[in-house]
Write a new protein. Sequence first.
Length: 300
Amino acid sequence: MSAGLAHAELIAVLAAVTGDEPRVMTIRSGDALPSGPFELAHRSLQAGLREWVSDQTGHPVGYLEQLYTFADRDRTQDESDSRTISISYLGLVREQAAPGAGKPGWHGWYEYFPWEDHRRGEPEALRAIADHLQRWAEREASRRDHRRRRIEFAFGLNGAAWNEDLTLQRYELMFEAGLVFESGGEEFVGTGRPMFADHRRILATGIARLRAKIKYRPVVFELMPESFTLLQLQRTVEALAGLTLHKPNFRRLIDSHDLIEETGDVTSETGGRPAKLFRYRHAVLEERAFSGSKLPISRN
């Protein structure tokens, strides 16, 4: 690495849903995302990323799209003259064992963002985080009102609705207020597991992108097995959104867009009556948009 120069890094947010839990592939025993420098030998950015993921995790990569480029000067607490520009990608896979050399492993999203999972009601950590943020807002009179509005909007306070897509905004507010370890301040209970450099910010960006995208493109089927029940499909969407969905509305939405078809088989693995198995209609609906429809979210 040369002093005074910037170099390009490729970094992957590789997501899966396993056992109704959203998961992310990590290296360094959960402390970082798969990444590596973009080298002259790499045919393209995406090809270079696939090589690093293969080397570090041994996990195959299917669906892949560019996520964001991170080039802020204060991305880490490293005060050297060098600078890293990270080009991130979002990948969607079905979880497999990871035999790579980078101490790879799958970890749950909500291990890093415990305040983001609302499937069982308001997370225990959320109220404490909101209290800390409110005290932070009061510290500077000139910024008080602006900070209050940002907190209320991002965290759904004082009559504002919780918006699951604002994962990144919530994390960045907590970073600004010094509530997360990566900001160099005191680490508070309930603010999640930290990651190397700004990898948790990059993961938050990937979560926000995927939560928004499942509302208008059928990318959720990249995470599903070849055949699945309607309940499995609903629970996968709920895991990603961190919210519960109204069952009849969800099924009407799926039916209205003709996204799936019956396989003719059933499964008894649900523990009740045998459930029909479905598959995604690839030939008819490949990359078809949901026409702007939103997730039918139950907020009971």
